[in-house]
Design a protein around this ligand. Structure first.
Ligand code: VG1
Ligand code: CO
Length: 542
């Protein structure tokens, strides 16, 4: 019943910031997905008889690859596969299932916020037994294996029925089709004060949650409309669609603009939230106030004890390097540890496992905690509602008071997408060459205090990750960061992150792009971005 198939290796299966992401036609090449899945199994040890969790964000090609993964897990010797009904598991829910049921690991099928469909994006990622993304040591081993693989094993059996809950055997391996939502919703109910949030909603606070045609729909329906009593219709675009309705399921001011405009309108909702393709990102908007993800991390950390799951306080905070330093000020005030890691959730796992940090965040609309080992969109949204209920204040009031107390970190990210790869690499190389000459130089009123290519020394396992982004730091706390995306699937994406710290509350009402205009111009001057890429403006500003 177990078949050994001869295959030829592909040379391009290098996992990026969050797993392997390619266009569907690339994944649909002969044995492409199989090669990668077998390379994952070949890079692991000691899983015989153990449990593997499998699920995805429901995008195009999800079901096909889930069938392959189940049959290959059986052939590899796993004892059991737990798979979400319909092949659905949000990324944070998958992380929770791995932890709760002590699985060996999990395979998550997602390309997150990227569009889905026959010519759009797909992705495969492996998570380890702590529920978090595999560390670089494992992803490097997978890539090395994928370049030489010549056979894979698969059970030669019919497709399994993913659409009914239940348990059955596939080539001697147990398969359990589970409810994707229940365990996750229970976890949220333990962490947050549901009666208080329920009362907030019952008092007339109008909440709008946009699932963007992606995986959080069923989760949000259960949590907001069933458990928290929000009126039907509070959750929008709640049916996970293989092509997300043709949209980018990316919760930001560009792709979730309808929701933003609705919240900003006179009679619109008081609180708006959205999440991405696989449910790990979040966007928070209140009347007259968009909350930057960097501020959201700081505000959640500063108010954490209002939520029952965090009543004892938080051990520490971690943020990715490009994320603003707003959370650093909170950590300082609380007298707890603050850690700066490279981009991508895989770097937070060790810190959480060691009990050094409780709350983590990235500027890219990602916030989470040690309740799982992934960022978690609905978790962040519920945290905001819990804070609003506890403080009896709206989003704008909470944010303004936070700035008044800690100062405001004006922050923005400019993305230049699908840039010519060679031009992008040359730009970064030229910038690296310049780094040593920058300190002491003055640009307008700003003086460079330091410039480097960020390297991370993991304090727990001692591993070193180099070339994680160029940092140009100015006296007074302003900063420019440039790095190349590790999740794109065509050409290169250059990300430019700019930040300016403003302690004076009288100057907290300036438009963000205006407040950062000088830094944006300096970033272009130093990197020669416009000249080298031929672009005169970013593709996306967040
Ligand atoms: C982007 C974000 C990063 C995030 C990653 C995965 O990576 O910048 O912060 O962790 O996406 O998020 P990059 O390398 O393109 O900048 V998700 O929601 O796409 O899994
Ligand atoms: Co995501």
């Amino acid at each position: 019943m177990i078949k050994t198939v001869h295959t030829a290796p592909y040379q391009d299966q290098k996992p990026g910031t969050s797993g392997l992401r390619k266009k569907v036609p690339v994944f649909a090449q002969e044995n492409y997905a199989e090669n990668f899945i077998q390379s994952i199994f070949d890079s692991l040890e000691g899983f015989e008889g153990k449990t593997l969790v499998i699920g995805g964000d429901g995008r195009y090609y999800n079901r096909e690859v889930i069938q392959k993964a189940i049959k290959m897990a059986a052939a590899a010797g796993f004892g059991k596969v737990m798979v979400g009904k319909g092949g659905i598991l949000s990324t944070p829910a998958a992380s929770n299932i791995i932890r709760k049921y002590h699985a060996f690991g999990g395979i998550i099928l997602s390309a997150s916020h990227n569009p889905g469909g026959p010519t759009e994006d797909f992705g495969i990622k492996y998570n380890i037994g702590n529920g978090g993304p595999a560390p670089e040591k494992i992803t490097d081993a997978i890539f090395t294996r994928s370049k030489v693989i010549d056979t894979y094993k698969i059970a030669d059996v019919a497709d399994v029925d993913l659409d009914a809950l239940g348990s059955f055997k596939v080539a001697g391996m147990q398969v359990e089709v589970i409810d994707p939502v229940a365990d996750y919703a229970d976890l949220m109910e333990q962490l947050f004060d549901f009666p208080a949030i329920r009362a907030l909603i019952a008092s007339g606070v109008h909440v709008a949650m946009d699932s963007m045609g992606a995986v959080t729909g069923p989760y949000a329906k259960e949590i907001f409309e069933e458990r928290l009593g929000a009126p039907e219709g509070s959750v929008r675009n709640f049916t996970p669609l293989p092509d997300f309705g043709g949209h980018h399921p990316d919760p930001n001011l560009v792709h979730a603009k309808d929701l933003y405009d609705d919240v900003m309108s006179k009679d619109g909702p008081h609180f708006g939230a959205a999440s991405d393709g696989d449910g790990d990102r979040n966007m928070i908007v209140g009347k007259g106030m968009f909350v930057t993800p960097s501020d959201s991390l700081a505000i959640i950390a500063a108010n954490a004890t209002v939520a029952p799951g965090y009543a004892k306080g938080i051990a520490g905070i971690a943020r990715s390097m490009p994320t603003s330093a707003a959370a650093d000020r909170v950590a300082e005030k609380l007298g707890i540890g603050m850690y700066e890691t490279p981009t991508g959730w895989k770097f937070f796992g060790n810190l959480m496992d060691a009990g050094k940090v409780t709350v983590c965040g990235e500027e890219s609309f990602g916030t989470g905690s040690d309740h799982v080992r992934e960022k978690d969109g609905l978790w962040a949204i519920l945290f905001w509602l819990n804070i609003m209920a506890a403080r009896n204040e709206g989003v704008a009031e909470i944010v303004r008071k936070h700035w008044a107390e800690y100062g405001r970190n004006y922050y923005s990210r400019h993305d230049y997408e699908e840039v010519n790869t060679e031009a992008a690499n040359n730009l970064m190389a030229a910038l690296r060459e310049k780094l040593a000459t920058l300190p002491g130089k003055t640009f307008g009123s700003l003086k460079v205090s330091a410039a480097d290519d960020f390297a991370y020394h993991d304090p727990i396992d001692g591993s070193v990750s180099k070339n994680q982004g160029i940092r140009i730091l100015f006296e007074g706390g302003s900063r420019i960061v440039l790095r190349l995306s590790g999740t794109g699937t065509s050409g290169a994406t250059i990300r430019v992150y700019v930040e300016r710290y403003e302690p004076d509350p009288a100057k907290h009402g300036i438009d963000t792009q205006e407040a950062l205009a000088d830094l944006i111009a300096i970033a272009d001057e130093i990197s020669e971005l416009k000249k080298r890429t031929g672009r005169d403006k970013p593709s996306v500003i967040t």
